[in-house]
Design a protein around this ligand. Structure first.
Ligand SMILES: NC(=O)c1ccc[n+]([C@@H]2O[C@H](COP(=O)([O-])OP(=O)(O)OC[C@H]3O[C@@H](n4cnc5c(N)ncnc54)[C@H](O)[C@@H]3O)[C@@H](O)[C@H]2O)c1
Length: 275
């Protein structure tokens, strides 16, 4: 039996990339899926390409607007009757040297990556509480929320906030059968401008993984299906890392005897590991 049969799932930022991949996987597992995106053309294209008119619908939404998020959930419930899972995926990072960050950039990164998640997580939680049958909220974090990266301070701060907020939500909502987890991708080839596998940055990032490849949207979609399904009913308040072992390598490098005497920074890879 499909793992999300008869579930209703909302996925934000699903016009492309990871969100589109999650919507695709949820449909394949039997769910009805409401998608939203700020970009009308990619939203429309996804609705057309996934071609499941009975179980897929959506609307243009800017998740940084509470009113827009509320209207989006209202439409989802009007269309499919309820909400069992919410994936807060809309997000993205802009690189900038810390000393050059202005208040507009800071506010934008926090609004998109943290406040947008707060809006939809809270509206989704209120709906699930009213339904009284539990649910699963999946907030897309990032391994950037777990360690520092030069040039990514606002994005990393927002993603760290997503991880922490998810844990507090889990503690408050668990008694109502509502599970909340952060799903934290490493580097995923999601169709962006740096998706050329031979790009020097991606070559370096691939060498940081344990499995010698970068992630695919399907890797994150499979984890989201698991978190939305009954297979994960004992998992809540967790920050689930799906990064091909990239963050494990950092811990290993600082913990093994032959590296204890070395100073190994996150972006320093021994010659034997570099491709
Ligand atoms: N790709 C990666 O390597 C990676 C790694 C870690 C975390 N993530 C996270 O995964 C999520 C998806 O990443 P992706 O690579 O698929 O990104 P993407 O840029 O391909 O897709 C993001 C989608 O969100 C939409 N969006 C942007 N602003 C929005 C808004 N205000 N309201 C609604 N929709 C909005 C965009 O139009 C786009 O369709 C993001 O939260 C990102 O931070 C990605």
């Amino acid at each position: 039996m499909p793992r999300l049969q008869d579930r209703v799932c909302v996925v934000t930022g699903a016009g492309r990339g990871i969100g589109r991949g999650i919507a695709t996987a949820f449909l394949a597992e039997g769910a009805s899926v409401w998608i939203c995106d700020i970009n009308p053309s990619t939203l429309e294209q996804t609705l057309k390409d996934l071609a499941a008119p009975d179980r897929l619908d959506g609307c243009v939404t800017d998740v940084t607007s509470r009113a827009a998020c509320q209207a989006m959930f209202d439409q989802a419930v009007a269309r499919f009757g309820r909400v069992d899972a919410v994936v807060n995926n809309a997000g993205g990072g802009i690189a900038c040297a810390f000393v050059d960050i202005d208040d507009d950039l800071w506010a934008h990164e926090i609004a998109l990556n943290l406040t947008g998640v707060f809006h939809c997580a809270q509206i989704g939680a209120r709906l699930m509480l009213a339904q009284g049958e539990g649910g699963s909220i999946i907030n897309i974090g990032s391994t950037n929320g777990m360690y520092g990266q030069a040039g990514m301070a606002p994005y990393g701060a927002a993603k760290a906030g997503v991880i922490n907020m998810s844990k507090s939500m889990a503690l408050e909502l668990g008694e109502h059968g509502i599970r909340v987890n952060a799903l934290c991708p490493g580097t995923i080839l999601s169709g962006g401008e740096y998706d050329d596998p031979d790009h020097p940055t991606l070559t370096l990032l691939r060498s940081h993984t344990a499995v010698n490849r970068l992630g695919r949207v399907e890797d994150i979609a499979a984890a989201a299906v698991y978190l939305a399904s009954n297979e994960s009913t004992f998992m809540s308040g967790h920050a689930m890392v799906v990064d091909g072992g990239a963050t494990a390598r950092q811990l290993l490098m600082t913990a093994t005897p032959d590296t204890q005497s070395q100073t190994v920074s996150r972006h320093t890879v021994p010659d034997s590991s570099a491709s």
